[in-house]
Design a protein around this ligand. Sequence first.
Ligand SMILES: [Zn+2]
Ligand SMILES: [Zn+2]
Ligand SMILES: [Zn+2]
Length: 325
Amino acid sequence: VSGRVVIIAADRAGRPNDFPVPGALTGGRPAECPFCPGNEAATPPEILRVGDGARWRVRVVPNRYPALAPDGGRPVSDPAAVTTRPAAVGVHEVTIEGPDHQGHPAAWPPEVLGEVLGVYRLRLRALAADPRLAYAIVFKNHGAGSGATLAHPHAQLMGLTFVPELPAREIEGARRHTAATGRCLWCDAIRDERAAGERLVAEAGGLVALVPLAARFPFETWVLPARHQERFEDSSPDDLVAVAAMLGDVLRRLGAVASDPPFSWVLHTAPLGPGAAVGFHWHFEIWPVVTRVAGFEWGTGVFVNPMRPEDAARRLRTAAPTRRR
Ligand SMILES: [Zn+2]
Ligand SMILES: [Zn+2]
Ligand SMILES: [Zn+2]
């Protein structure tokens, strides 16, 4: 009815959980952690390993409890029905971001996080070769309360046969802007934000960090390339080190202003497929978990942010980024 797509994945209910109580702050013990070195057999056979043998630096494995599977489920179609149930075809992978169970990306040198981003890029490129897939998204939940079920640093990659609602809305908005002006919506926004300066957080290495005008959460921050670039996958290794440096900088600023909150980040890049990128401008959205999403937000899709974006940006801008550990 609403055009909403939901993935029903009852198999995921059996997945291990370091946070059995919502919001619990247990970290999980390395001995029982499927992502720790020595426990490699606890994950499905790996797709990719960076580093030598037991001294690996990054691993990519299929999600043991996938929301989607390459062979999908059986589609159910009834022409008379209001709803349809297509097969849940797709890819669901986990990137294990280093051997350190207690690791925090805010503490990683840009070269280390840059290597992780290089793995994101590699897998995105691999998924782009699958003609069934329309969109690929990388996201990361870190810390209890962010949605993470395991404490060990990891990100997830999902390849989807459709463009999901949020990127689809961005793509549509950008398309309208480009049709009206001939220019990129994000490039124009970056130009305006630089001129005003009010919502700017940091600028370095060809990257801009800013609090978006319609921030949904306090301290929500976006990281974008200052020059027009449609696909994250087109970044060079040097670009990725600069992106890593900026993400680390933003996380350390967040640590300073919001006492190291759990957070999620999501990478929005252009849809897969030739010609699909036109007008898009990739970006990371970083969402610290400092408020709760509740009935009003779920019921309306409208977020109530108790903090003006300009105030959030000023506090982040003037924060001395704290070095973790
Ligand atoms: Zn671990
Ligand atoms: Zn642009
Ligand atoms: Zn976005």
